[in-house]
Design a binder for this molecule. Sequence first.
Ligand code: AMP
Length: 179
Amino acid sequence: MTPMAGLPVEQVVAARLRDVPDFPKPGVLFKDITPLLGDGEAFGAVVRDVARRHTGSVDIVVGIEARGFILAAAVAFDLGIGMVPVRKSGKLPGQTLSRSYTLEYGMAEIEVHADSFQSGQRVLVVDDVLATGGTAAATCELVESAGALVVGVEVVLELGFLGGRSRLGARRLHAILTL
Ligand code: AMP
């Protein structure tokens, strides 16, 4: 693989994303981050880039199932803070708070453990891709309903043409790469 050293992080991301047509269903161009995760230099560059924007200004990192977990855990580790998983319905063993939201076709529900946050805690939400924004918006609402404060949403890739950013309202979204 080509060395990534010295490249701006958005170029690193662009070089390590793989397009998979018609996955998981016909007509969807899936943006696969596994080549990025598999390259230690690229993965490290992305994690450090996200972490440095939030050093000292967040208390906990939320990862969105499933690929968001990988990134959020690494960012939390880099920042020396904890990580909270937001999961699809029915996966968390303890008492949960839940949120339903609309997908392109149908509905989805996500959950978080009800005792995940302390009141007023500053939360960074992390995921791989922002598409329609429904999942990230529901995650922010869930965090806020638990009494915490979303100080930022970080994604590796924003599919800008889908307009998902508007679903987040005034919350701060940063994407390393926007298409
Ligand atoms: P959204 O439409 O923003 O609610 O996206 C829902 C979830 O599906 C996000 O957590 C993304 O990780 C994932 N996702 C949606 N569209 C894509 C895509 N084209 N490529 C990769 N992941 C996607």
